[in-house]
Design a protein around this ligand. Structure first.
Ligand code: PGA
Length: 259
C-alpha cells in the first residue's frame, strides 16, 4: 500500500508574511489528518524558516537543487544545505526549469536560461539519493508531443535519462510526478483515466523491484474539484499542486481528497 503524497509547489509566489500565514492557516485545517503525506516547496528564501517553524508533520522541500556538494557555483544550493535546514524534498526537472511552459510567459529567446536536461536531472537525482533528500522527479509531454502521438516515448526517454546509472537498491525514496506540460497552470486538467494510464506506463519503466512501492504523482491544474477523482485512480499516488496550493483552504481540500 503506497501512502499518497501531496506536495504544494508555490513556484515564485508569496511575500514572507503570506508564506507564514498560509502555512499557519493550512496547519489548522489539516492538523488531524492522518494517513497521507503532505508538504510545501516554497521559494528558497523562505524555506529554512518555514522548515523550522512547522508544528505538525508538514514536510518542506526545495523547488530545485544542485548536484555538487560545495564550491564555486554561484546561486546554487546543495543537497547538504537542504539537509542542514531540515528540508525533506527537492523537486527535480520541473518542466518550467526545462524551459517547457504550458503557457509561454517569457520571451522565447530566454527559454535557454531554463534548460534543465535529462542529464542534469540524473545528476541531481543521484545527489538527492546519496544525501537523504526525497527527490520528486518531474516528467511530462508538451501539447505538440501529445498531438504527434509521442507522449509515451517522450516520457519513457525522460525516465530512462533520469534513472541512468542508478542501482535499484538506491531508488527507494524516489517519487515521480507526471505533469503534462499543457496542463500546468492552464486550468486544463488531464482526464483521470489518461493520467492513470500514463502513470501506469511510467511504473512499467521502473525496475521491477520498485514498481509496486514507488509513488507516482499527477500534476497539472489539480484543484479541490478534480483531486478526489484523480487520487482515486489506482496508479496515481497523489499530486504535485501549483496554483491550488497557494490558498490554505484549497490545498487542505486537495489533501483531504487523498484520505
Ligand atoms: P498547477 O501547477 O497546479 O498550477 O497546474 C502544477 C505544477 O507545476 O507542479
Amino acid at each position: 500500500m503506497r501512502t499518497k503524497i501531496i506536495i504544494g509547489n508555490w513556484k515564485m509566489n508569496k511575500t514572507r508574511q503570506e508564506a507564514h500565514d498560509t502555512v499557519a492557516a493550512f496547519t489548522e485545517l489539516v492538523k488531524n489528518v492522518d494517513g497521507v503525506e503532505f508538504g510545501f516547496c516554497p521559494p528558497f528564501v523562505y524555506l529554512a524558516e518555514l522548515a523550522s517553524s512547522s508544528s505538525i508533520s508538514i514536510g518542506f522541500g526545495a523547488q530545485d537543487v544542485f548536484w555538487a556538494g560545495s564550491g564555486a557555483f554561484t546561486g546554487f544550493t546543495s543537497v547538504a544545505m537542504l539537509q542542514d535546514i531540515g528540508a525533506k524534498y527537492a523537486i527535480i526537472g520541473h518542466s518550467e526549469r526545462r524551459g517547457r511552459f504550458g503557457k509561454l510567459e517569457v520571451p522565447a529567446s530566454t527559454v535557454g536560461s531554463f534548460a534543465e536536461t535529462d542529464e542534469t536531472v540524473n545528476l541531481k537525482l543521484k545527489a538527492c539519493l546519496a544525501g537523504g533528500i526525497v527527490p520528486i522527479v518531474c516528467c511530462g509531454e508538451t501539447l505538440a508531443e501529445r498531438e504527434a502521438g509521442n507522449t509515451d516515448s517522450v516520457i519513457a526517454t525522460q525516465i530512462a535519462g533520469a534513472l541512468d546509472g542508478i542501482v535499484e537498491a538506491d531508488m527507494g525514496p524516489l517519487v515521480i510526478a507526471y505533469e503534462p506540460v499543457w496542463a500546468i497552470g492552464t486550468g486544463k486538467v488531464c482526464d483521470s483515466a489518461e493520467a492513470n494510464r500514463v502513470c501506469a506506463m511510467i511504473r512499467g519503466c521502473l525496475p521491477a523491484s520498485i514498481q509496486a512501492t514507488t509513488r507516482i504523482q499527477y500534476g497539472g491544474s489539480v484543484n479541490p474539484g478534480n483531486a478526489r477523482e484523480l487520487f482515486s485512480m489506482p496508479d496515481i499516488d497523489g499530486g504535485l499542486v501549483g496554483g491550488a496550493s497557494l490558498k490554505a483552504e484549497d490545498f487542505a481540500q486537495v489533501v483531504l481528497a487523498a484520505v
